[in-house]
Design a protein around this ligand. Structure first.
Ligand code: AMP
Length: 375
């Protein structure tokens, strides 16, 4: 008894900023390793609460007391809270990665410095800046809030010069903004990688991502026709992670164009386009993040079998009906239904009795929100 307790004494208790579904799946991966998690989360009900104590931001001191090392699942975690917690604990990934990802201008500046191709952009503070950006980058032009946007929120597309005055009225309260050249991309992909404390980097295969009304609908893994893209994406990822001295899992969202890959944005965390890795990879993004933060050996990021991950958005499908589809793995997050809300995901793994497109059709038939799934 005493021996087994002693054997676990060196394992950390992870303090996770955020207690959403990503925190829940991180804690699910930590559980079999004997690693405990606690969460800092202000929302009234937290999907992660079933897996560990949840502290509100008024309880930051108690949170600090309860944990031995910090990590994050919520990208908009206030830096003031992080700074307070950093007075007593280490955090992986580093603060600089979070601060950079929270500001699109800093993020693009980093891509430029590291020669990672990204859409041409301009910082926008004034109406004049916007007019200059239209002149220099042309139309259509994508304008985004520099901070605070997610899932396509806080974004505008200017298609005609005549629309500028009206759109400026909407945008102006949200300055600072960033204007980006509109990229007529072929498709969108993401690369997810993990870096440990000695600098070893492992990448999962590229995912091809499909969106519906600004939210991820489904990811196909491996991304079709991606051998050459994979090398480019891995090179960008390793430059980025080494520069930031990153520890943990990081995601880079990319546009595929005729001239190669353009980086759209980075996320200093596990990512929706990597949920497939729970069943589809030897070691999932969640477990490898835990391993990196806890300074344990990394697991293999190799693909087990090609698969598709489909998000459940707004309304739950009938559980029994989904489970009746051969190869379907269900992950509900314990959230109440609301339009546009991510409630869960379903991973379709290969089975002998059905093709992947038959599995997708069967799932589409029972999903209340059909998303952008193919027929
Ligand atoms: P983001 O919040 O930057 O991830 O943008 C959300 C979505 O808007 C992306 O997944 C793209 O589909 C689209 N988008 C963002 N930036 C651009 C751009 N510069 N050109 C064309 N589409 C874009």
């Amino acid at each position: 008894m005493t021996t087994s307790l002693t054997a676990h004494v060196s394992l950390p208790t992870l303090g996770i900023f955020g207690g959403g579904q990503l925190g829940r799946m991180l804690a699910q991966a930590a559980l079999p390793l004997g690693i405990r998690c606690a969460f800092l989360e202000n929302a009234e009900s937290s999907p992660a609460a079933v897996l560990g104590p949840v502290f509100g931001s008024g309880q930051l001191a108690e949170f600090q007391q309860a944990v031995t090392v910090l990590t994050l699942e919520f990208e908009n975690t206030p830096l003031t809270e992080v700074d307070q917690a950093l007075t007593t604990q280490l955090m992986h990934p580093p603060r600089i990665a979070l601060a950079t990802a929270q500001n699109r201008l800093l993020e693009k500046g980093l891509f430029d410095r590291l020669s990672i191709p990204t859409p041409a952009y301009r910082a926008i503070q004034t109406h004049r800046d916007l007019q200059m950006a239209v002149q220099e980058l042309g139309l259509p032009l994508v304008v985004k809030t520099a901070t605070g946007g997610y899932d396509g929120k806080g974004q505008w597309v200017i298609r005609e010069a005549s629309a500028i005055p009206e759109l400026w009225q909407q945008m102006q309260p949200a300055v600072p903004l960033i204007a980006e050249a509109f990229i007529a991309f072929e498709r969108e992909v993401s690369i997810i990688a993990v870096r440990n404390q000695s600098g070893e980097i492992r990448c999962w295969p590229l995912a091809e991502n499909h969106h519906h009304q600004g939210i991820l609908s489904h990811s196909i893994v491996p991304a079709p026709r991606s051998e050459q893209l994979e090398q480019q994406a891995q090179a960008h990822m390793s430059v980025l992670m080494n520069e930031l001295q990153y520890v943990g899992v990081m995601t880079l969202e990319l546009f595929v164009t005729a001239n190669g890959l353009l980086a759209n944005e980075m996320a200093p965390r596990v990512h929706n386009s990597g949920h497939w890795s729970i069943e589809g990879a030897v070691c999932s993004q969640f477990e490898n993040h835990i391993r990196a933060v806890a300074d344990l050996p990394l697991g293999s990021t190799a693909l087990v079998q090609p698969c598709v991950m489909v998000n459940v958005i707004g309304q739950h499908p009938d559980l029994a009906a989904v489970l009746a589809i051969p190869g379907a793995h269900v992950h509900f997050y314990g959230k109440t239904e609301r339009e546009g809300r991510k409630l869960g995901h379903i991973t379709l793994m290969p089975v002998p009795e059905m093709t992947q497109s038959q599995q997708i059709s069967a799932l589409k038939a029972i999903l209340p929100n059909k998303l952008s799934l193919p027929d």
